[in-house]
Design a protein around this ligand. Structure first.
Ligand code: F6P
Length: 363
């Protein structure tokens, strides 16, 4: 029999745990449960319209006011069922649930909280484009763990991103990948569909500091704030503009897929705050989209910002809070942050937004 040369996710976690002699194993068990949920979702997605769960929308609207796909609902159920019984969690929060999910009384309660988006980018499902699951692990307050009466409440999840114990995502693409940080770099695992096991394929991932690729939904350009308009117009000006080099643009409309591309080859992803709807501070959700991906980016040497401050330093104010997101290659994100802090009045001219500009803002 051929001995497998690669490390499994389980082996990776056990070796990590050896660095902490006091660790109970709860955390490892939790991550393996999350990975199991991702494997189940991957299997369902992989058979597409041949499966029992059709891709068509479920006709419902979720707590975000967005159309809920059947697979959104199913993936949420998978995450809840696979993670509720193990005794590692005091509660969960999901994009699909308005309120925190307390661990049912017949299961023990543990010391962690799990926040997740069970199926990100699900509007891409009916066109068979990559989607993903995103998760964030936080510490639960003492009063919620086993033997104590108190149940988790929204406030328990409102922790700044730098307090995350771990974060990761699964990417359901041509191959399924599980990307994880436990605050000690970023590792990526690829699913072997025959063994149904994740194997370490990319250790110590680093985001290149420089890039010539950006991702933004340009149909929103008329709503962008001035620093974003300036940055994009400079990229579009290419070799003949102030950047002196040509840029490439990508937009998959699936944040996990964009984040993964950036992790592999650099780039900038932007879903910034804009002035389309001033009640919303952005499109993406802070606790289970922006924070986990920001943690991964920063652990891989990249940067994640709202433009005005590091995403990981934002004090959340509600479970489903939205936030502007600019992340990826460090030098580019820092450049955009500088554009935000430039005092008004010294902004560079914006050739692509003036009278004859490509992204002209109507008067
Ligand atoms: O959850 C939000 C999401 O699906 C992200 O994965 C993606 O980046 C974004 O929405 C796409 O938004 P839009 O449809 O505006 O391009």
């Amino acid at each position: 029999m051929q001995i497998l040369p690669r490390k499994t996710l389980t082996q990776f976690l056990i070796e990590e745990r050896r660095r902490y002699p006091d660790a109970t194993g709860d955390f490892n068990a939790l991550i393996l449960d999350v990975a199991m949920a991702c494997k189940q979702i991957a299997r369902t997605i992989a058979v597409g319209a041949l499966g029992e769960v059709q891709v068509a929308d479920a006709g419902a609207i979720n707590v975000q006011g967005e159309v809920q796909q059947r697979l959104d609902v199913l993936s949420n159920e998978v995450f809840l069922r696979v993670n509720e019984w193990g005794g590692h969690l005091a509660g969960m929060a999901s994009e699909e649930l308005e309120f925190p999910y307390p661990i049912p009384p017949h299961y023990p309660r543990g010391k962690y909280l799990l926040a997740f988006d069970p199926l990100d980018g699900s509007s891409n499902l009916d066109v068979n484009v990559s989607v993903g699951s995103i998760f964030s692990v936080l510490r639960a307050p003492e009063r919620c763990i086993d033997g104590k009466e108190s149940e988790v409440i929204e406030q328990d999840f409102l922790q700044q991103g730098y307090q995350q114990v771990a974060a990761g995502y699964a990417l359901y693409g041509p191959s399924t990948m599980f990307v994880l940080t436990v605050g000690n770099g970023v590792s990526a695992f690829t699913l072997d569909p025959n063994l149904c096991e994740f194997f370490l394929t990319h250790a110590n991932l680093t985001v290149p500091e420089e890039t010539h690729e950006f991702a933004i939904n340009a149909s929103n350009s008329r709503f962008w704030e001035a620093p974003v308009k300036r940055y994009i117009s400079e990229c579009l000006a290419g070799k003949t503009g102030p950047r002196g080099k040509d840029f490439n643009m990508r937009w998959i409309a699936s944040m996990v897929a964009e984040a993964h591309r950036i992790l592999m080859r650099g780039g900038v992803f932007m879903y910034p705050r804009d002035n389309r709807n001033l009640d919303k501070a952005g499109r993406l959700r802070l606790l289970y989209e922006a924070n986990p991906i920001a943690f991964i980016m920063e652990q891989a040497g990249g940067r994640a910002s709202t433009g005005r401050q590091s995403i990981l330093s934002v004090q959340p104010s509600s479970l489903h809070q939205r936030i502007g997101v600019i992340l990826g290659s460090k030098n580019e994100v820092e450049r955009i942050e500088r554009y935000y802090t430039d005092p008004p009045g010294i902004e560079l001219p914006d050739p692509l937004f003036n009278e004859r500009g490509l992204f002209r803002t109507p008067a």
